[in-house]
Design a protein. Structure first.
Length: 96
């Protein structure tokens, strides 16, 4: 069974490919993704890596709090995304 890991505090220069290459030191990587901002196209500073259970546990102990591309990264098991309420900024849709 595979585990998805959250990887936070990534350098803005880290790519999905470099994230995958780095985490392959801990075991086989199924997938690696750095999330990008839709508006700017720049990294959002975090990503996800999917690995088999034993490899994922090894990666957490190997990388959590350690330097990766010049930043001390945070690595833990990803939690499911929670439902968020619809954002209403209080503005009216009337035109004046």
């Amino acid at each position: 069974m595979a585990k998805k890991l959250y990887v936070g505090n990534l350098s803005y220069s880290t790519t999905s490919d470099s994230l995958k290459a780095g985490f392959e030191k801990a075991g086989a990587v199924i997938s690696a993704t750095v999330l990008m901002d839709k508006m700017t196209g720049r990294s959002r500073g975090f990503g996800f890596v999917e690995m088999e259970d034993a490899d994922a546990d090894n990666a957490i102990s190997m990388f959590d709090g350690k330097d990766f591309d010049g930043r001390s990264i945070k690595v833990n098991e990803a939690r499911p995304m929670e439902d968020r309420p619809r954002r209403d900024f209080g503005g009216s849709r009337r035109s004046f």
